[in-house]
Design a protein around this ligand. Structure first.
Ligand code: HEC
Length: 116
């Protein structure tokens, strides 16, 4: 964008673009991925379909790859599970989600879109 003579203009445009990303509901998908990485979910879970490698923090528990989580879970259940209000396979999730309602909504919506 521009020819290098309008750097301050570019800064304003950048700020506007960022505001748009934060405010437009359609941007929720990218937001969910950011939340996932921000909260360190990828210290355990891989999501290969999204290029997320996963980490070793889950140890022997073998945290599942979430590439298809949207095909096997319901949003309502994930909301409970990720807040440690409901168990899966008789156990609570390892990590209780901490963050804003908006972050949580973005995260859940994004997870539910993961189907391959
Ligand atoms: C310390 C490791 C660890 C971290 C960090 C972690 N998880 Fe998990 N998660 C697990 C394990 C282990 C399971 C499998 C539980 C089971 O199958 O009983 C799991 C299960 C899940 C499931 C259900 C998967 C399925 O196959 O249906 C979802 C969704 C999930 N985690 C999302 C997240 C999100 C989102 C975050 C970040 C807020 C996160 N996890 C952080 C270890 C972790």
């Amino acid at each position: 964008m521009g020819n290098g003579k309008h750097l301050s203009g570019g800064g304003v445009m950048g700020a506007l673009a960022l505001a748009a990303v934060l405010l437009i509901p359609g941007a929720a998908l990218a937001g969910g991925k950011d939340v996932f990485l921000d909260k360190g979910c990828n210290n355990c879970h891989a999501i290969k379909s999204q290029g997320i490698e996963g980490g070793a923090a889950g140890g022997d528990l073998n945290p599942p790859d979430l590439s298809q989580v949207g095909t096997r879970q319901q949003a309502d259940f994930l909301r409970q599970f990720l807040r440690k209000k409901a168990p899966m396979h008789g156990k609570m999730h390892m990590l209780r989600f901490e963050g804003s309602k908006e972050e949580f909504d973005d995260l859940i919506n994004w997870l539910m879109e993961l189907k391959k």
